[in-house]
Ligand binder design. Structure first.
Ligand SMILES: Nc1nc2c(c(=O)[nH]1)N[C@H]1C(S)=C(S)[C@@H](COP(=O)(O)OP(=O)(O)OC[C@H]3O[C@@H](n4cnc5c(=O)[nH]c(N)nc54)[C@H](O)[C@@H]3O)O[C@H]1N2
Ligand SMILES: Nc1nc2c(c(=O)[nH]1)N[C@H]1C(S)=C(S)[C@@H](COP(=O)(O)OP(=O)(O)OC[C@H]3O[C@@H](n4cnc5c(=O)[nH]c(N)nc54)[C@H](O)[C@@H]3O)O[C@H]1N2
Ligand SMILES: [Mo]
Length: 779
């Protein structure tokens, strides 16, 4: 075992290599970071937890000394990270102790936010909720939550919103994040739930990454890949990304398509698999429906034709297809370069199709990871705190609705289900039109993260919209709120959450929250009690009172569903992560789904009845039963459609947005972490040498970037990005932690536009122009 203390993990984000060979167990490497002057022996207590700064689920213990968090140490025994930590894991814990935490509730009085006590803030919320329920009914009330709370908190909120208040307007920022992951899994396999496992990396001979910069966004998973690359029998890597990411730099084949043309890349790869007969006919006929339609749909997509549309080399496409077609153990990962780009669900489903055509599922080394991004996004989805309903149930299946009503002991008609649960983009639209009058935001910062910010600000300040924001810091969004509620952060509360490969971890309270801050669970339960929400027998709804009792209620809700947690307990989680499904007769959990070629797709069991991938029109039960009576995996093709906003003479560049390894989202935590903030203090724009030259721009010049929605100023950074494309990280809001304002938020530029099937916004498809700017005054 190597123990890595510090080193320079800012310049060496992935640490030292521990090479291993195919089929071996990934070696241990325990990483640790402690506050200056603190040694391992000085630590009073180690409290089990996992990272909340990405979806990887890196497990570690929090070091506590004198009632304060003083560091973290990776858990060598955990299946996910085998002790490793990435830079945000190593340093990010410092943020919760920042001086400017929210410590009291705030209410708006004569235009200004003023501190108050909990009774005053909650009374204001409860009286407004009651007024709105009386005057306009439950559909005037909405909740916009997160992918960063705990399972217990989402389940509680779902019961309150859907079973207590009776509104259909509950979604998470997971809509911006993994709505397409969930939708693509439902479309192909009938239900959400990651087929693959991280251990598949240990066995793969080809790893294909589609729009996924894993090196910067799940650094420990990338370390696993780097260690395979450094060992004997390294896997081949395929990278589909317009930028020269670290993944692209290590790739055997790098395809850099024009943004918005992913479906064409995929159709050409599928064309080649079929044309060369690199498919598993037995698997296809035994376990799938829909192959003939796919074969017809891709028959014209020769590499030559696709290469012209995507602006790439046809031979590169052929080389990638050859690797995919001849792999014996293929792992694919998909993330925002597909999910936030044009034809998101359509493209993500084609990755599933490759695995179905090749029969590469449910065996070691054969897995799809339709990745998550946020640490607890999987739980938002499974608890039904997003546009799904709890336990991956089907809102259009009366029996599923009746099951939920029974579990929650409420009348079936309390659960609004005339249409699909409202998605976040539609909720914002309803707020804009005035139909929605209360928006309760928890653990998300939409005034930086939603597209077209000028519009979002305009909507949030409307007089007839009552905005509640529950956060741990003041943000661009709390600034516009009517009531602000101070929440306890990670490390200050207990709960469980599930990573991108279905591994559940526990995170226990290590220290006290500051001031009057309370956990999100306590806040939601307090609201339910003050509203006097009741079930059919007049008992309080929800009936639980703390994290563990909420967890036990959730176990009942997930019983018999894929997200079955019955074999998991807080006590067992203290020893390390466990993968669901974990029914009582399989207490060690389940490494891979679909090992037996059986899917969660039976018409009576599936999570939805499917959709048209292009228009998003939902199918009804009859159509689903016709297409897939036996609940097999579904192969669905998608025709290409050109992106909605292509470069033009006025806006000649394709603008994409995304992340850097050092920051998390709107930087409320990483901007308050000295090492991380120093590593990436300001916004920049990546531009190719050719485009920079054409616009007379040098490295680190200040430039103005303009789209039809707005403009921002950033420093130019010349890279090997594909010419015609520019990239802006979206981390920098118009505020900084000192309260200064800047002209720099990427979402001033993005469009109000979404994928019709998953309703995920297109943060990676817009046209822009760029020019030198003289102004340095906003720095
Ligand atoms: N350091 C860090 N890690 C994080 C996060 C963070 O903020 N910071 N956030 C977490 C969350 S919530 C998420 S969702 C994940 C996101 O993780 P990723 O999806 O890996 O990150 P992004 O940078 O958003 O986008 C990935 C890549 O998509 C490429 N791309 C853009 N447009 C297209 C396109 O049209 N086609 C293709 N093929 N590629 C395209 C971009 O060049 C970019 O490199 O990261 C998680 N981990
Ligand atoms: N242009 C562009 N826009 C994007 C993206 C992109 O790639 N490009 N990516 C999208 C994606 S994938 C995502 S996930 C979103 C992320 O967007 P957001 O969710 O808006 O970003 P965060 O900064 O993570 O906001 C989380 C908020 O919750 C607070 N918080 C943290 N912990 C707690 C807690 O325990 N309780 C409470 N109550 N609050 C807490 C934090 O302080 C912070 O204000 O952005 C989306 N927007
Ligand atoms: Mo995300």
């Amino acid at each position: 075992m190597t123990t890595e203390s510090e080193g320079d993990r800012i310049t060496q984000p992935w640490g030292a290599r521990t090479p291993y060979r195919r089929g071996d167990v990934w070696p241990l490497r325990v990483d640790m970071e402690l506050a200056d002057g603190v040694h391992e022996a000085d630590v009073d207590r180690w409290v089990p937890s996992a990272s909340v700064l990405h979806s990887n689920g890196d497990a570690f213990d929090i070091a506590v000394r004198d009632g304060r968090i003083v560091g973290v140490r990776g858990r060598g025994g955990d299946r996910v990270n085998r002790g490793r930590l990435d830079p945000k894991d190593l340093f990010g814990w410092q943020a919760t102790a920042a001086q400017d935490r929210l410590t009291t509730p705030l209410i708006r009085v004569e235009g200004r936010l003023r501190p108050c006590d909990w009774d005053t803030a909650m009374d204001r919320i409860v009286s407004r909720t009651r007024e709105l329920l009386d005057a306009h009914g439950p559909e005037s009330i909405s909740f916009y939550t997160s992918g960063q709370l705990f399972l217990e908190e989402y389940y509680t909120l779902a019961v309150i919103a859907r079973g207590g208040i009776g509104t259909n307007h509950l979604d998470g920022n997971t809509r911006l994040c993994t709505a397409t992951a969930a939708e693509s899994l439902k479309q192909s396999f009938g239900c959400d739930g990651q087929p693959g496992s991280y251990t598949d990396i240990d066995h793969a001979d080809v790893i294909a990454l589609y729009g996924h910069n894993v090196a910067e966004t799940q650094g420990v998973l990338w370390s696993r890949m780097l260690d395979r690359l450094a060992g004997p029998q390294p896997p081949a890597l395929i990278c589909v990304d317009p930028r020269p990411t670290p993944v692209a730099q290590h790739a055997t084949v790098h395809l850099a398509p024009l943004p918005g043309t992913n479906v064409v890349v995929m159709n050409a790869l599928l064309h080649e698999l079929i044309a060369n007969d690199w498919i598993d006919g037995d698997y296809i006929s035994a376990h799938t429906v829909g192959f003939d339609d796919l074969a017809a749909a891709v028959s014209d997509w020769t590499p030559q034709r696709a290469a012209e549309v995507c602006g790439i080399d046809a031979d590169d496409l052929r080389r990638a297809a050859h690797l995919l077609g001849t792999a014996e153990h293929l792992v694919s990962t998909v993330l925002q370069g597909f999910y936030q780009s044009h034809q998101a669900t359509a493209a993500a489903v084609q990755v599933n199709n490759i695995h179905l055509l090749r029969g590469m599922l449910g065996r070691p080394g054969c897995g799809v990871l339709q990745m998550n991004g946020q640490p607890t996004a999987q739980n938002t989805r499974e608890c039904g705190a997003d546009g799904d309903i709890a336990g991956f149930r089907n809102w259009a299946n009366e029996k599923h609705i009746a099951e939920l009503a029974r579990l929650w002991n409420v009348d079936t008609d309390r659960l609004s289900h005339d249409g699909p649960p409202t998605d976040a983009m539609q909720m914002i639209r309803l707020a804009e039109t005035g139909d929605l009058r209360m928006l309760w935001i928890s653990a998300t910062n939409p005034v930086v993260s939603l597209p077209q910010l000028e519009r979002i600000r305009r909507i949030f300040v409307q007089d007839n919209l009552f905005v509640i924001v529950q956060d741990i810091f003041p943000t661009e969004t709390t600034e516009l709120a009517d009531v602000v509620l101070p929440a306890a952060a990670w490390g200050e509360k207990t709960g469980t959450f599930t990573n991108a490969d279905r591994t559940v971890h526990i995170s226990e309270q290590a220290v006290q929250p500051p001031g009057m801050a309370k956990s999100d669970l306590e806040i939601f339960l307090d609201f339910a009690r003050r509203m006097d929400l009741r079930d059919r027998d007049d008992a309080p709804l929800p009936p639980w009172h703390d994290p563990e009792s909420a967890f036990r209620a959730w176990q009942q809700c997930g019983a018999g569903r894929p997200c079955d947690y019955r074999g998991i307990s807080y006590q067992r989680l203290r020893d390390g992560g466990i993968q669901w499904p974990c029914p009582p007769d399989r207490p060690d959990g389940t490494e891979r789904l679909y090992q037996d070629g059986r899917f969660y797709a039976a018409p009576d069991y599936c999570e939805n009845y499917g959709k048209d991938l292009v228009s998003g029109d939902p199918w009804d039960e009859d159509r689903y039963r016709d297409f897939n009576p036996d609940g097999k995996a579904m192969i669905k093709p998608a025709p290409y459609q050109p992106p909605p906003e292509a470069p033009s003479p006025e806006y000649p560049l394709a603008l994409i947005t995304g992340r850097t390894i050092y920051h998390f989202h709107t930087r409320t935590k990483t901007g308050r972490t000295p090492q991380l903030q120093q590593a990436a203090p300001e916004v920049w724009v990546e531009i190719s040498a050719a485009d920079a030259k054409a616009a007379d721009i040098d490295d680190s010049d200040l430039v103005r970037i303009t789209t039809p929605r707005g403009s921002i100023v950033a420093r130019a950074r010349r890279t090997e990005i594909r010419p015609g494309v520019i990239f802006v990280p979206f981390h920098y809001g118009y505020w900084d932690t000192s309260g200064n304002e800047h002209d720099r938020a990427a979402n001033e530029l993005t469009r109000t536009e979404w994928d019709p099937a998953s309703k995920q916004p297109l943060f990676k498809t817009a046209a822009a122009r760029i020019e030198l700017t003289e102004s340095d005054d906003h720095r």
